[in-house]
Design a protein around this ligand. Structure first.
Ligand code: NIG
Ligand code: FE
Length: 396
């Protein structure tokens, strides 16, 4: 099936920007874009859809979320607002552990419904691809259950879902070495056998996994044919970014405590550096020097890090806006960070852009200028969300 989209006043691919454009979609994939007047003759007789002289952006790619969780962390939020520190709450057995307990008590159906409601909010916020991590299970059976929920969610929602196994923290009552052994010799192989995740992420930080343990987990992941990534240098600089670079990982995320050496290593390896402004701000930290990162040649992505503790954020556009004002990204760099680079952080170059050969996932903006959603805060000017060339959400 071929469809020609016209009535596009401003098209961001995001590498190119075209005025008065047309886009041809065949079998859910972009096959041609260009000025409307240059539409090849062969397409002129195909069915047309006029988008009303509106801007078009690629669908956003949220490359870092923890979407499956139950309970809430309102009490922790209240305490942190009064000065309590995230790390102290975690070390005292709260924080992530609090969510692990609530998630473990919830039925799979409840977890699925909660995640579905959240995914719908993200869809209405322009996110067409969601990476989703496990990590609130910790024990083998619970981690597998969460990844099965992600698989069921993938069948229920219109968005593309990319599942990741997360080594989050050592469960209560486990010795470090025994958990590491279980994770690398049982959990990773079983996840691989069931096809439940594409990558393994390690929270390499104080209160979670130290560098050597992170290396064992990542090496086991690679041995089983899974990609690797890390929550790196969020609280303390343990060396996770350079480890990701050394192992050719997809991305290193957070990066608040990184320095130029880390950025250069990521740039050389082609690993994406992902900023998570929601978590940075909520924990009262400063964003890393994004201009320095770009100067070092790093590909920058920005993600929501949606989770109940450090980033109860439901808007990737807001994360991009924060990256513009607080990390000094240009509007174009921010768009790239929420589309093309985020897709590269998932190892999916066919997503997050509208060049020929890419998936036809796009947003129709409620206005002529495609960058409008990066300008207005708290009011998102979106009209429609398309995935694989089909309208999956109408907002106006
Ligand atoms: O990406 N830093 C570790 N993991 C999550 C937070 C999880 C939580 O606080 O529940 C993060 O910030
Ligand atoms: Fe995270």
């Amino acid at each position: 099936m071929t469809r020609v989209f016209t009535g596009i006043s401003d098209l961001f691919t995001p590498a190119r920007r075209l005025g008065d454009a047309a886009m041809v979609v065949e079998e859910g994939v972009v096959s041609w874009i260009g000025p409307r007047k240059e539409l090849p003759l062969s397409y002129r007789e195909q069915p047309h859809q006029h988008l009303g002289d509106r801007g078009v952006l690629p669908g956003l790619v949220d490359s870092h979320t923890h979407l499956v969780w139950a309970g809430d962390r309102l009490e922790e939020y209240r305490l942190r607002a009064c000065g309590a520190r995230y790390e102290e709450i975690l070390e005292a057995g709260g924080g992530i552990y609090h969510t692990v307990e609530a998630t473990s008590r919830a039925s799979s159906e409840t977890l699925l419904e909660l995640a579905e409601q959240r995914a719908e909010i993200f869809l209405r916020g322009g996110v067409t691809t969601l990476e989703i991590k496990s990590g609130y299970g910790l024990e083998t059976a619970q981690e597998l259950r969460i990844l099965e929920v992600v698989r069921a969610l993938n069948r229920r929602i219109p968005q593309r879902v990319v599942p990741t196994l997360l080594a989050h923290v050592i469960p209560k009552g486990w010795r470090r070495q025994a958990y590491l052994e279980m994770f690398t010799t049982e959990l990773i192989p079983e996840v691989r056998r069931r096809g439940l995740a594409e990558a393994v992420d390690v929270f390499c930080d104080r209160g979670a996994f130290e560098l050597q343990a992170s290396r064992s987990i990542m090496e086991s992941a690679r041995h089983h044919g899974l990609s690797v990534k890390a929550h790196a240098e969020q609280l303390e600089r343990l060396g996770a970014s350079q480890l990701v670079a050394e192992l050719g990982g997809l991305s290193a995320d957070h990066l608040e405590q990184t320095n130029e050496q880390d950025w250069r290593a990521l740039a050389r390896a082609g690993s994406v550096a992902t900023l998570l402004p929601g978590a940075t701000l909520i924990l009262g930290k400063s964003l890393p020097d994004a201009r320095g990162m770009l100067a070092a040649g790093v590909k920058l992505a920005v993600a929501s890090d949606h989770n109940p503790g450090s980033s109860p954020l439901f808007s990737l556009f807001l994360a991009l806006q924060l990256a513009i004002v607080l990390a000094g990204l240009s509007v174009e760099e921010a768009l790239m960070a929420g589309t093309r680079h985020a897709a590269l952080a998932l190892g999916k170059p066919e997503l997050g852009n509208l060049e020929p050969g890419s998936a036809a996932d796009f947003l129709v903006i409620d206005g002529r200028n495609a960058t409008l959603p990066l300008y207005t805060w708290g009011q998102l000017p979106l009209r429609q969300v398309f995935i694989a060339g089909e309208c999956v959400c109408s907002l106006a």
